[in-house]
Write a protein of this length. Structure first.
Length: 390
């Protein structure tokens, strides 16, 4: 499989020069190990999914660390989180040596708990998501961005079921004591059918015969393991009564399509989920752009109780706001900008841009005037707009 340069590489190298340790989290199979081994070819490597290594590390943490040659990549370190305290002690003995400990994990919760308790000020924490459109022209709403799917698209119908099964058997059971994996699998499919909607835990619990607290726990697992993106409402005071529930999207639109039973791009285009899947695709691309650039993740939506709604509100630097509507069609009309323009008129303290993102070629940077104060463009044009300074 041909290596694809990752946009996070520059941020990751900068972090390795500034901190003794770098912790790289993100969904399973997003490419964390490949990226680290590519950027740090001289580093030694240990995969902490090997039962023998895990047993050795747990039985004698100091002895295990003594066998390592620095710098070292410790892959899937969430399997032995107790190593964090011992790594911290070694960092403190050589505090000026940067980039010595390169750690990966597929589960943010267990890993971050160890980082915050043991590695505060000693580790840079970064997240790697599946490939973005800036990294591969093969990334689409139907295929998503997992590297192995893009490398072998004809085998995607085999890869996604195996991925879900592996995810259930490994990550879910390690993060939480979920006993009924079959119901959790149904929960995934139900959640995919609610993509882009306001989170309603009761609505999710009833069809599955589970409790609302269980829904909350399971949603936490999905966020912990990088499978979903929760987009909160924008709470800036515009003199309006706002909804308080977040909207949820799958981090990878290809996985969402699999869970929805959509087997071809044509099936997606003709389904009632075409709009929500494209909206989630846009949300994920915005988040990837932000974290790959080393920026804080900032993505919101707007909806008030009178029905005024804007898909996304994105702070873009210098107090600039970009309002975004996502339309899963190649042709858009001025009507698509109406809600954004109405909201923009109520924002007087900062500059605002209104963008309708449509399903043209992802990498297109071209934009066209849609209405007075609003432009239409593809996803690539939106990302360029977010990056651009006024």
């Amino acid at each position: 499989m041909r290596y694809i340069d990752r946009e996070l590489a520059r941020t990751l190298l900068r972090a390795a020069r500034a901190f003794p340790a770098v912790v790289l989290t993100g969904p399973r199979r997003a490419g964390k190990t490949t990226l680290l081994r590519r950027l740090f070819p001289a580093a030694s490597y240990r995969l902490l999914e090997d039962p023998a290594l895990v047993a050795a590390a747990r039985a004698d943490p100091r002895g295990f660390l003594d066998t390592l040659t620095l710098p070292v990549i410790l892959d899937e370190i969430q399997h032995v989180p107790e190593l964090m305290n011992f790594i911290r002690a070694r960092i403190d003995m050589a505090a000026r040596r940067s980039g010595q400990w390169l750690l990966t994990g597929s589960q943010d919760f267990a890993l971050m708990r160890g980082v915050t308790e043991s590695m505060a000020g000693r580790a840079a924490v970064l997240q790697l998501l599946p490939l973005s459109i800036a990294e591969s022209a093969k990334v689409t709403p139907f295929r998503g961005g997992y590297p192995e799917v893009l490398a072998r698209p004809r085998d995607a119908d085999l890869w996604f079921p195996s991925y879900v099964q592996t995810y259930l058997e490994r990550d879910v059971r390690q993060v939480s004591q979920v006993r009924d994996l079959a119901t959790f699998r149904r929960f995934l499919a139900l959640l995919a059918s609610r993509t882009g909607q306001l989170l309603n835990k009761t609505d999710l619990a009833a069809p599955l015969g589970i409790s609302v607290p269980t829904v909350g726990e399971w949603l936490g697992i999905l966020e912990t393991t990088g499978q979903v993106i929760a987009v909160p409402p924008y709470f800036e005071n515009f003199g309006k009564r706002l909804v308080k529930s977040p909207k949820l999207y799958f981090t990878d639109s290809g996985l969402a399509c699999h869970l929805l039973g959509l087997e071809t791009p044509r099936a997606l285009a003709q389904s009632p989920f075409a709009g929500p899947v494209f909206e989630g695709f846009v949300a994920a691309e915005i988040v990837k752009h932000q974290i790959n650039s080393g920026r804080r993740r900032e993505l919101y939506f707007f909806r008030d109780e009178r029905g005024l709604e804007v898909d996304f509100v994105v702070p873009a630097g210098e107090r600039r706001l970009v309002l975004v509507e996502a339309k899963a069609s190649r042709t858009v009309y001025p009507e698509a900008a109406r809600s954004m323009l109405a909201l923009a008129r109520g924002i007087r303290r900062q500059p605002v841009e209104c963008v309708v993102v449509h399903a043209a070629a992802n990498h297109s940077r071209a934009s066209t005037a849609l209405a007075d104060g609003a432009r239409a463009m593809a996803v690539g044009g939106l990302l360029e707009s977010l990056h651009r300074k006024r």
